[in-house]
Each structure stands twice: as structure tokens, then as C-alpha cells.
Design a protein around this ligand. Structure first.
Ligand code: FAD
Length: 383
């Protein structure tokens, strides 16, 4: 493990306590009901975790990437769904820190004092997922307001977010005509649409967002008009390391810890199944691959924190963190089910949930195919 500062150690210990005492005991019931866990919201608010990326002057904890990794990994080790509301909010606030004016920061950070404090990050549309550069939700300038019409799909935390950061079309040409805007949930014409019934990742409030003649002040435009794509690639995509990457990592670690104990207890042919080499090799592979994912993630986080590496310099590493950790998470949780046999396949034990949750990380935040496309393109160029 990397060398942590005293402050990182303290935050890690606090989050571990929260994960063990408040997050883990509720995982099975949240998975079952798919209700948004407002008790988690309260705990995260109390511990300033929604504002974790903000400087202390704005009530945050000024978390660097390594600290964000520690927080997400620890929460996901208890329950993969738990940190998702913090990831979407953290990504939005990082975007505002980077691109908003002082007046906008003041306005939106203050707005977050009210209600849940959660934000959603809304890029995907019903017709545009991987090809997000073709998105169609339109914002048309009308005096000192923008009029927004369209819909977003699969938006995590959308169900309870106070503020939504949305990508909209303000110009004609694919990625060159996209801007970023903030929409308050109380704006007339805005509503939360259908809630997705998913195979896992329950309790994350994944919904459609509907914009029907939504008028927002021109001042809700973040950064320059038609330059939203560079904010996405240069700022937001960094969250793949501490968001999706650490979600997959923590979830896999939780599965491994569970099956180590199970395999020592479960007796077949008069011996604990952990004594069979077939089981030992699966455990060894899980541990090896989890360790490799962890090294990749924390090394990348270190580069971001200490070398101030820009996204262009480390884009492939960022994609590798997300893609590799998600694949490791899928394999490790699938093997965890295998190690537990029939019991692993039942809902009486947590590993089948971990396997369902692991699948989502291979899809969201840019599918693993798209990460591979980018990694390959950075090696061989655009052919
Ligand atoms: C649980 C969950 C939470 C999510 N949360 C959010 C959120 O908070 N905000 C948000 O904006 N979006 C969110 N999404 C949406 C997510 O980012 C998209 O689902 C994802 O980008 C894939 O888009 P799609 O589902 O439209 O699949 P499609 O783009 O239709 O892709 C279908 C398949 O084709 C493959 N494919 C597509 N293009 C290529 C290509 N060029 N080369 C190779 N393969 C390709 C994909 O990898 C995939 O396997 C979430 C999704 C899920 C499942």
C-alpha cells in the first residue's frame, strides 16, 4: 500500500468505521427494496462527504485523488451502491471548481447547503450512450435565459439530487456544439422521469431526467459555450480512477474477504473446501488481480496528486484503471459465487449481489469497450 499522510489515515479510519457500522448492515435491505437510502444521505452529510472535494472555506475536506480513492474503496467494500451519490456529487463539484466563476461557485455551493446536498452528472440520453458526442438535449438562448428541451437517461442519484449538471447541445457540430449547464431540481418544466429497474446497483436512484421548456439563467452556463466536451474529457473523466475504478476494487475486496472465511468454514469430503487446491487457486488469482488493480489505481492517483499530471498525459492510465478494475471486479465476484457453490447463488449471502453490482461498472462511465478503444487509439493513433 502507498504511504498515507496523517490526514489521509484519519479520514480512512473514519470512513471505515462508517462503512462497518452504518453502510454494511443496510446493504441487503437496500438491494431488496431499491429505495434510495436517506439514512446514508444523513451520514454522508454529517461527515462532509458530499463536499469532500471542496476546499475547507466551502465546508469541504479538500480531498485529493488518493483520499477520494480511499473513501470510495472503503464504502464499496461495504456496499458498492453506497458511494455512488458521492461520486456523482464529487464529479460535479470538481467541474464547478475548475470551470465556474467565483460568483457561480458561491451560488451553487451555497445552494448545496439545502436539502440532500447531492448532485447528478447527466450526460447519457435515451438515444446516445457511448456516442455521447451526438447528444440532442437542446439549450437555446432566449434573452438572458436558456430554454432547455430533451431527456437524459440512466442518471445516477438523479432521483434525489438538488442540482443536475447537464450536457446540452448549443451548437451544430457533434462534440464541438456541447455546453455544460446547471439545473436546479425546483426549476419549472424539469422533472424526474422513469426510475430504471436494474439487475443490481440498487438504491442509487437511476432515473430519466425530463426537460420540458426549462428556463435557466444564462449564468447557469459553466465554462464557455460549446466547450463542454473538453470539460468532460479534461476534468470529469478523471473520476474514472476514484469513482468507477475504486467502486469495482472495493466491491471485489469485500467479496474476497467474505469467501476466504466461508471457504475455511465450509466442509466437504471431511475437509474445509479451502484445503482444495482448486479453491486455493481461485482465491490466489482473486487476490493477485485485486492487488494489481489497486496498484494501478493508487499509482495513477499518486501521479495526479503529486505530479499534477493533466488528463492528456495520463488518459490511457485513467482508462486502464476503470476498465481493468471493472473486469477484475466482475471476475472476482463471479469466482466468489463459484467458491460458495449453491449458497453463493442464493440471496441469503452477499456475493450474488456483489456479482450483479460488479456488472454495472463494466458498463457505466464509458463502457469497457470504449476504454479499450481509447487506450488503443493512444497507442496507434486514429487510423
Ligand atoms: C448503473 C448505471 C449508472 C449510470 N449512471 C450514469 C450517470 O450518472 N450519468 C450518465 O450520464 N450516464 C450514466 N449511465 C449511462 C452509461 O454511461 C451508459 O450506459 C454507457 O455509456 C453505455 O451507453 P449505452 O448504455 O447507451 O450503450 P451503447 O452505447 O448503446 O453500447 C452498447 C454496446 O455497444 C458497445 N459499443 C458502443 N460503441 C462502441 C464502439 N465504438 N466500439 C466498441 N464497442 C462499442 C458498448 O460497449 C456496449 O457494449 C449509467 C449506466 C448504468 C448502467
Amino acid at each position: 500500500m502507498i504511504q498515507l499522510t496523517e490526514e489521509q489515515r484519519m479520514i480512512h479510519a473514519t470512513v471505515r468505521k462508517i462503512a462497518v457500522e452504518k453502510i454494511a448492515p443496510r446493504a441487503a435491505s437496500i438491494d431488496e427494496s431499491d429505495e434510495f437510502p436517506m439514512d446514508y444521505v444523513d451520514v454522508f452529510k454529517e461527515n462532509r462527504l458530499f463536499k469532500m472535494v471542496l476546499p475547507e472555506e466551502y465546508g469541504g475536506i479538500d480531498a485529493d485523488t488518493t483520499t477520494l480513492c480511499l473513501i470510495v474503496e472503503e464504502l464499496a467494500r461495504a456496499y458498492a451502491s453506497a458511494p455512488q451519490m458521492l461520486i456523482t456529487t464529487g464529479a460535479v463539484l470538481q467541474m464547478l471548481l475548475k470551470a465556474a466563476t467565483e460568483a457561480q461557485k458561491e451560488k451553487f455551493f451555497k445552494r448545496l447547503e439545502k436539502g440532500t446536498q447531492a448532485c447528478s452528472f447527466a450526460l447519457t440520453e435515451p438515444g446516445h450512450g457511448s456516442d455521447a458526442g451526438s447528444l440532442q438535449t437542446k439549450a437555446v438562448l432566449d434573452g438572458d435565459h436558456y430554454m432547455i428541451n430533451g431527456a437524459k437517461a440512466f442518471i445516477t442519484t438523479g432521483e434525489i439530487a438538488e442540482l443536475h449538471l447537464i450536457f446540452v447541445r448549443t451548437g451544430g457540430e457533434k462534440a464541438k456544439g456541447i455546453s455544460v449547464m446547471m439545473v436546479d431540481k425546483d426549476t419549472p418544466g424539469f422533472r424526474v422521469g422513469k426510475k430504471e429497474k436494474k439487475m443490481g446497483f440498487n438504491g442509487t436512484g437511476t432515473v430519466e431526467l425530463i426537460f420540458d421548456d426549462v428556463r435557466v439563467p444564462r449564468d447557469n452556463l459553466i465554462g464557455e459555450v460549446n466547450k463542454g466536451w473538453s470539460l468532460l474529457t479534461g476534468v470529469a473523466n478523471m473520476m474514472r480512477v476514484w469513482g468507477a475504478g475504486c467502486t469495482a476494487l472495493g466491491n471485489a475486496e469485500g467479496a474476497l474477504e467474505y469467501v476466504i472465511e466461508y471457504s475455511k468454514q465450509r466442509v466437504q469430503f471431511g475437509k474445509p473446501i479451502a484445503s482444495f487446491q482448486a479453491i486455493q487457486f481461485m482465491l490466489a488469482d482473486m487476490a493477485m488481480e485485486i492487488e494489481a488493480a489497486k496498484s494501478l489505481i493508487y499509482r495513477t492517483a499518486y501521479l495526479m496528486d503529486t505530479n499534477g499530471a493533466s488528463f492528456d498525459e495520463i488518459e490511457s492510465l485513467v482508462c486502464m484503471c476503470k476498465c481493468y478494475a471493472a473486469d477484475v471486479g466482475m471476475k472476482a465476484t463471479t469466482d466468489a459465487v463459484q467458491i460458495m457453490g449453491g449458497y453463493g447463488y442464493t440471496q441469503d449471502f452477499p456475493v450474488e449481489r456483489r456479482m450483479r453490482d460488479a456488472k454495472s461498472v463494466q458498463i457505466y462511465d464509458g463502457s469497457n469497450q470504449i476504454q479499450r478503444v481509447v487506450i488503443a487509439r493512444n497507442m496507434i493513433g486514429r487510423l
